[in-house]
Design a protein around this ligand. Structure first.
Ligand code: CUK
Ligand code: CUA
Length: 655
């Protein structure tokens, strides 16, 4: 894909001419004045005012961008594009000790052991009545299949669940309209051993008969958000790419794009692309839940981790789950259907009314829009064209509403505004195309730099989009910013969609590669934000709540240091009695009860990281000193005028 895009950006930039050069030519031809330069680069005249948030003022919206291969979620203010926070999710973060300190290490445990990295593609906000409610943010781990939940009161990852019988948790996570379920679909199909559980052994020659995909139905507790894997649907062994849920009339349904429907096992040569069409899979999740509740589900052994942060101790605990229930679509009539779609489709997006399903076929020359009411009619009339593993396949025409003709090259994703329009990214022709959902006419085009993947309109995947802004996330940065060597940050662009024509407002670099994003008005999140943890609610077993209770104790070869931090000292700050080879655990309680006064803690030579302790919390660092000496430790976060004095020593004696 990247090679193709490069080719195309070269094309766009004048057959290999550096784009800057070409822009220069354009600039010259229109006089090179300020207005001319804005015009030449397509930036709205009042862009600066439109994105300017004066110092001390807050942004209108929070946006949550996936970090892709950095495994985290980054939070940007919209419209300013200011980075507000990086929320560590699947990757260790040395900056605050996530995944390094004893409290958060269990968060990254899986059946494969400690996996402190993942590839995070899709953040999704929790929902109430089909609208983002600002309570939680769910996100997928693509590589070692996991789903995470971030609590937006604290902007902390509070839960990570591993997904069994999955490989490449890509079409994930999709909340239904009241978070009844979070749906998580597999990208790769794998041989699933339904007797012994888990992945079986099979050759790729046995792909068609032995390989299956899975769609996980994860229940979410209404009050505290806790997830629980209710059951899975073991689907035919296609590759499942992306999903999206219905709304309004289609709210009982969820739709998945598939590729490799010939089940070739390998994408070599023609492989996965030889079929003229792949499928859009439609699953009635409510009916699936009913089948599971009525005893249609089988059970098989499983082995997956479920990691949760306990509120009082602020410590993650892992539970290992040993079984999983599953449904087979061939035994559940009416639960799953297949709609022929352009081959190798990518995104599937449902419009705010819930009637139209858009399939973004990246190799197709048109954008098919399917009709939910026609699909229901086709089900009634049994208007099918064969079946796969007992799953009925519709005739293309019987469910098609119409096609957007010649939208551009390489459609990948679509979002919607609140005025009946869709906006689709064209990866190859590197533009966003605005079209009307009713008459399918293209209304406007905006070139973006370069090669867009997802785009996001705040609320654009809900029944009532906020509209106003659109963020396009691009795969290639090239000459957009000052060069920083071969590796460049990715790029997002903010576009004003409030008028008939799209208007380019702002470029901002992003951390690693953003795929999807979500945004929500600040009022839905900011008032609930926790400022510090209450010391008297801290139930961490190693917490010390007063300096007079600090202690150093030895049990065998383990030395426990229960210590405190407060401006501007640690207690104790002179630790003796440690020997080479001991396991030393520093349990540091931050006694502060004020917003924005964390204290950091780091020890010379400790091969983990620092830990950053929030006010009222206790965090623990483990250290095994290998050499005798007197080791300094200090606070790493400038916390007061005497921050530099916030230090101490640990004496490590020879054994
Ligand atoms: S995917 Cu990345 S651009 Cu993983 Cu949602 Cu389409
Ligand atoms: Cu505490 Cu610096």
């Amino acid at each position: 894909m990247r090679a193709l895009a490069n080719k195309l950006t070269n094309l766009r930039s004048g057959f290999g001419l550096p784009l800057a050069l070409l822009t220069g030519v354009v600039l010259q031809s229109c006089g090179g004045d300020k207005a001319g330069s804005s015009q030449a680069s397509g930036v709205a005249e009042d862009a600066a005012a439109a994105v300017y948030v004066p110092p001390g003022q807050h942004d209108e919206l929070y946006s949550f961008l996936s970090g892709g291969f950095n495994g985290q979620v980054s939070v940007y203010g919209i419209p300013s594009g200011r980075l507000l926070k990086v929320i560590p999710v699947f990757t260790q973060q040395a900056e605050n000790g996530y995944g390094y300190n004893e409290e958060t290490k269990p968060m990254l445990m899986t059946s494969h052991g400690f996996v402190p990295w993942d590839d995070l593609h899709h953040p999704k906000l929790s929902r109430t009545d089909g609208m983002a409610d600002g309570r939680w943010l769910f996100a997928n781990g693509n590589n070692t299949p996991r789903v995470a939940r971030v609590d937006l009161k604290t902007f902390e990852t509070v839960e990570i669940m591993e997904i069994p019988n999955s490989a490449g948790n890509h079409c994930s996570p999709y909340p239904t309209n009241n978070n009844e379920y979070i749906l998580a679909g597999t990208r790769f199909s794998v041989p699933i051993d339904m007797e012994k559980g888990g992945m079986g052994d099979a050759s790729l020659d046995e792909y068609e008969e032995k390989f299956r995909g899975s769609i996980s139905f994860i229940k979410v507790d209404k009050d505290n958000g806790d997830m629980e894997l209710d059951f899975q649907v073991l689907v035919p062994g296609f590759d499942y790419d992306l999903a999206n849920g219905g709304k309004g009339p289609s709210e009982d349904w969820v739709f998945f794009t598939t590729y490799n429907t010939e089940r070739a096992g390998t994408l070599k040569e023609l492989g996965a692309s030889q079929n003229d069409k792949d499928y859009l899979a439609a699953i009635n999740w409510k009916l699936a839940a009913k089948y599971a509740a009525e005893g249609k589900a089988h059970e098989m052994p499983a082995n997956y981790y479920h990691n949760k942060l306990d509120h009082g101790t602020h410590t993650a605990k892992s539970t290992i789950k040993k079984t999983v229930r599953y449904l087979l679509p061939e035994e559940c009539p009416g639960m799953m259907y297949l709609i022929p779609a352009p081959k190798s489709p990518h995104g599937i997006d449902v419009d705010p009314t819930g009637e139209y399903m858009v399939v973004n076929g990246k190799l197709a020359s048109s954008l098919p829009v399917f009709s939910f009411s026609k699909m229901q009619k086709a089900i009634e009339n049994k208007d099918f064209d064969g079946e796969v593993n007992g799953i009925p396949v519709f005739k293309y025409e019987s469910v098609l509403y119409g096609e957007v003709k010649e939208p551009g090259l390489g459609p990948l994703h679509t979002e919607f505004d609140n005025k009946g329009n869709g906006y689709s990214t064209m990866f190859v022709s590197s533009e966003v195309v605005k079209w009307n959902v009713k008459d399918l006419k293209v209304l406007d085009r905006m070139p973006v730099y370069y090669s867009p993947g997802h785009l996001m309109i705040p609320g654009g995947d809900t029944k009532d989009p906020y509209g106003k802004y659109m963020v396009v996330m691009n795969k290639i940065t090239k000459d957009r910013y000052l060069p920083t060597g071969p590796e460049l940050l990715h790029s997002a662009q903010l576009i004003d969609i409030s008028g008939d024509k799209m208007r380019m407002l702002l470029d901002f670099p992003t951390l690693a590669e953003p795929h999807y994003a979500q945004a929500i008005v600040a009022d839905k999140v900011a008032p609930n934000s926790v400022k510090f943890y209450k010391l008297d609610e801290n139930t961490h077993p190693e917490a010390v709540k007063s300096e007079k209770d600090v202690k150093v104790t030895r049990q065998g070869r383990t030395v426990k240091v229960n210590m405190t931090s407060i401006r501007s000292h640690f207690a104790p700050d002179n630790i003796e009695g440690v020997q080479v080879g001991d396991t030393v655990i520093f349990h540091v309680t931050n006694l502060e009860q004020d917003w924005d006064v964390p204290h950091g803690f780091a020890v010379m030579g400790a091969n983990n990281a620092e830990t950053l302790i929030m006010p009222g919390a206790t965090q623990s660092l483990r250290w095994v000193p290998k050499q005798a000496g007197v080791y300094p430790f200090y606070c790493t976060d400038f916390c007061s005028a005497l921050h530099q004095e916030m230090q101490g020593y640990v004496r490590v004696s020879p054994r």
